[in-house]
Design a binder for this molecule. Structure first.
Ligand code: HEM
Ligand code: SF4
Ligand code: SF4
Length: 504
């Protein structure tokens, strides 16, 4: 019994349940839970754009800050005031999507192996998000800003690093100065720049990272932020006054929850919680785990240097170098084993992966040692030979989606790939010419592919929009596709039934 494992699988089941609810509401392609990283980027850019306007209007002095922001809200209700509210709500949304992205990747176990880099560069990012957000409240210099600045100083003072307390040196009525304000500005402008650098670093090892949400989702998110901003405009609280204790405050619980937590418990406890969480997250990729599967292997004799695998690899694990055959300009693909996700998508890209090639053993330019293309062709031929009757259906699917092997028998033979993106489209034609009456290709729905791009590339290859493409002469009425939720046997069985009905 592994309590941590069972907790994670229960968490994952709950998260997947929530994803289903969102799928029903938004459709899987626009499900925000499938675009959390991209929504994080959207929040960042909304904050940057609205922030530039706010900064232009801000008087960065102790005496003028509160007045300048308050005037903005009152005198420019539908411009400066609206932007101020959008700025605040986008910051709240940034916290929510960042933490949801972290939890999703954690529950999906995406922290080790080839994802270690993305994970380790992601862990510090929420800290930057919180630092930018909390610093924003200080610039406003109302009683909430005063409370947050004092609470942060007291929290930092708990550490034994400062010779004299920050609360006394910077934040008493006598010492609050314009210089302190310059520090606030530096935190609120400097940390976002560091965050931007961190974000760039975070997606370095991800090819074609999903940094823009689909247009409808981006417009919907902006619309939702504007609606909240109009319905509940953000207004300043009373001006800061360090000679009095702030009265009851309207707290922003998303960004400032640590302050009441530290007061309700103790700064020491909050520090302990924070350090334990950070260490846990940083240690995860180094915990012992089963040996990773074999990585893609290039065969120089069958690689013509066409670069398709290099273009399609979702994790930038392939580079192109000179071919050892010495022919001028000829290139050879190379796989970086540390980056390779063992997804097989490159096998589907390779023009040499066609089953129509002669030769007792099918060889290709790049192959997966655990599921070579030759074994796939053999399984397909044997499966077709075993089928009797008029209706002979081939169902091709993937190990991460709804399991196709359970459908085998009767009028169906199946092929389960590591990822549907591993499928060279010519296999469809080969199956039809080899006696199949129809081919059903299944895989994970949009945004849910375990290897990010498998579904997208397969759709494009079958539609003729990406190389290698399915030939135009292949009768499309004998091919169907079904993009399904992971593990959804019922949806898979329904897709097969529908396909059968169309095939007499
Ligand atoms: C400011 C916050 C963050 C933003 C804007 C962000 C953004 C992104 C984006 C755009 C991707 C690429 C998604 C894709 O193309 O499929 C990504 C991937 C990833 N992120 Fe983040 N991220 C953030 C924070 C984090 C955090 C806190 C973690 C976890 C500690 C994390 C872990 C990962 C992992 C593991 C991947 C790789 C997913 C995969 O290989 O399929 N990220 N992130
Ligand atoms: S198996 Fe996947 S990650 Fe590895 S090289 Fe091929 S496409 Fe890239
Ligand atoms: S797709 Fe095949 S032939 Fe083209 S570069 Fe990659 S391994 Fe070589």
């Amino acid at each position: 019994m592994d309590p941590a494992g069972s907790l994670r699988s229960r968490g994952l089941a709950a998260f997947e349940g929530l994803e289903r609810v969102f799928d029903a509401a938004f459709g899987s392609a626009l499900n925000p839970l499938r675009h959390l990283g991209a929504l994080g980027f959207l929040c960042f850019w909304l904050l940057a754009v609205s922030g530039i306007y706010l900064y232009a209007a801000l008087d960065t002095s102790v005496g003028g800050a509160w007045r300048s922001v308050d005037e903005l809200s009152r005198e420019q209700r539908y411009l400066g005031g609206l932007l101020r509210s959008v700025h605040r709500y986008a910051a709240d949304a940034f916290v929510i999507v960042t933490l949801a992205h972290l939890v999703r990747e954690l529950l999906l176990g995406r922290y080790a192996g080839f994802r270690r880099f993305s994970w380790l560069t992601g862990v510090p990012l929420p800290l930057f998000v919180f630092a930018c957000g909390i610093g924003g409240f200080w610039l406003n210099w109302d009683q909430l800003g005063q409370f947050s600045a004092l609470a942060t100083a007291e929290f930092l003072d708990w550490l034994p690093f400062f010779a004299s307390p920050l609360t006394r040196n910077f934040l008493d009525a006598a010492s609050v100065s314009d210089r302190l304000f310059s520090l606030f500005v530096f935190v609120h402008l400097g940390v976002p720049l560091l965050l931007l650098f961190g974000l760039w670093f975070h997606i370095q090892r991800i090819a074609r990272a999903d940094v823009f949400p689909p247009r409808a989702l981006a417009i919907g998110t902006l619309g939702a932020l504007l609606a909240v901003a109009l319905a509940a405009p953000v207004m300043s609280q009373a001006p800061a006054d360090l000679s009095i204790m702030p009265g009851p405050l309207a707290l922003d619980w998303f960004l400032l929850f640590a302050h009441p937590l530290a007061y309700a418990t103790s700064p020491g406890l909050v520090w302990a919680l924070f350090c334990a969480t950070l260490l846990f997250l940083l240690a995860l990729p180094f915990l012992p785990r089963p040996a990773p599967p074999a990585v893609a292997k290039v065969d120089p004799d069958n690689c013509n240097g066409c670069r398709r695998c290099f273009e399609d690899c979702p994790y930038a694990a392939i580079t192109m170098g000179p071919h050892p055959n010495g022919k001028a300009g000829r290139q050879l693909a190379r796989v970086d084993a540390d980056l390779c996700a063992s997804c097989g998508i490159c096998v589907g890209s390779c023009p040499s992966s066609t089953p129509f090639r002669s030769g007792a053993r099918l060889l290709t330019g790049i192959d997966m040692p655990q599921l070579p293309i030759d074994a796939l062709r053999r399984r397909l031929e044997e499966g077709l030979a075993a089928l009797r009757g008029e209706r002979r259906i081939v169902v091709i699917g993937c190990d991460h989606c709804a399991p196709v092997d359970r459908l085998a028998g009767g009028d169906v033979t199946t092929l389960s790939l590591i990822c549907t993106g591993m499928l060279p489209p010519s296999f469809v034609e080969y199956a039809l010419r080899g006696g199949a009456s129809g081919v059903l290709v299944t895989g994970c729905e949009e945004g849910a592919c375990a290897y990010r791009l498998g579904t997208r590339w397969t759709k494009e290859r079958l539609d003729g929009a990406r190389e290698p493409h399915l030939r135009a002469s292949v009768p499309r009425e004998r091919l169907a596709t079904a993009w399904l939720p992971a593990g959804d046997d019922r949806a898979l069985a329904a897709a097969l039934d529908e396909f059968r009905r169309g095939h007499g």
